[in-house]
Write a protein that binds this ligand. Structure first.
Ligand SMILES: C[S@@+](CC[C@H](N)C(=O)[O-])C[C@H]1O[C@@H](n2cnc3c(N)ncnc32)[C@H](O)[C@@H]1O
Length: 231
């Protein structure tokens, strides 16, 4: 999967929905009333959907640089189609319960991409260009930070030091908590090999982590999140 806009050849700009975020991160209605950062936001419909419910979400992503939000919006459905082709070609690597079949996956991801695109035009300030491991936000800007399908997902592109610095940065901008999903690489059911080292480094910096099972497994083996509590 190539995406030249990201600068990382293998990273898709994907578009998960609020329903997927709820499941991946075990989000409660109370969570959705907190100030939330979605990092990376990609072309997810999450920010649009929560804001439509009266919530307060900011999305940030490297793909939003250089007027990239408009570019991401324009290509979001095509990216959803491209992601769906990958899923169809590797259907055995997925569990078909959250989505009944590849057609349901395509419908959901396309719908989410369309909500993202519409919302970027209505509320452009909700979409901020940012490149981990440095974010353009003050300390303690968000009550809850969510990070899906970047950290741990691409260990061949993003090294250990990137992960350490990125997690430290998520802690800096969170008042109390951040969550990361999943803990396995794309295409692999095996947990990120140096997760324990990262957890130890976070603990030394005052951030306590817990590995939590979630009631969501689309990619086989991707059914846990890291919940980090900032002291
Ligand atoms: C697979 S998408 C996930 C998007 C969204 N969280 C979702 O689940 O649908 C990964 C995103 O990470 C973004 N990305 C890659 N490297 C980044 C970096 N260093 N800082 C911020 N975003 C980055 C890509 O542009 C892409 O949109």
């Amino acid at each position: 999967m190539n995406d030249s806009a990201t600068g990382f050849g293998e990273i898709l700009v994907s578009s998960r929905s609020l329903d997927e975020y709820r499941a991946m991160f075990a989000l409660t209605d109370a969570d959705l009333r907190r100030r939330i950062l979605d990092c990376p936001g990609g072309a997810a419909g999450f920010t649009a959907e929560v804001c439509d419910l009266g919530g307060d979400v900011t999305a940030c992503d490297i793909a939003y640089f250089d007027d990239g939000v408009a570019r991401v919006a324009a290509t979001a459905v095509a990216e959803a189609d491209r992601g769906n082709r990958y899923v169809r070609d590797h259907a055995d690597a997925y569990r078909w319960s959250f989505f009944a079949d590849p057609d349901a996956h395509l419908r959901a991801r396309r719908g989410s991409a369309q909500r993202f695109a519409a919302h970027t035009a209505l509320a452009p300030d909700r979409y901020v260009a940012a490149r981990l491991p440095a974010l353009p936000f003050a300390d303690n800007s968000f009550d809850l930070v969510l990070s899906s399908h970047l950290l741990f997902s691409y260990p061949d592109d993003l090294d250990y030091d990137f992960h350490r610095r990125a997690l430290t940065e998520l802690a800096r901008v969170a008042t109390t908590e951040f969550r990361v999903f999943p803990l396995v690489a794309i295409g692999s059911p095996t947990r990120y090999p140096r997760l324990d080292d990262l957890i130890a480094e976070l603990s030394a910096a005052g951030v306590e982590s817990a590995i939590v099972d979630v009631d969501y497994e689309f990619q086989a083996g991707a059914n846990q999140m890291l919940v980090c509590t900032v002291r």
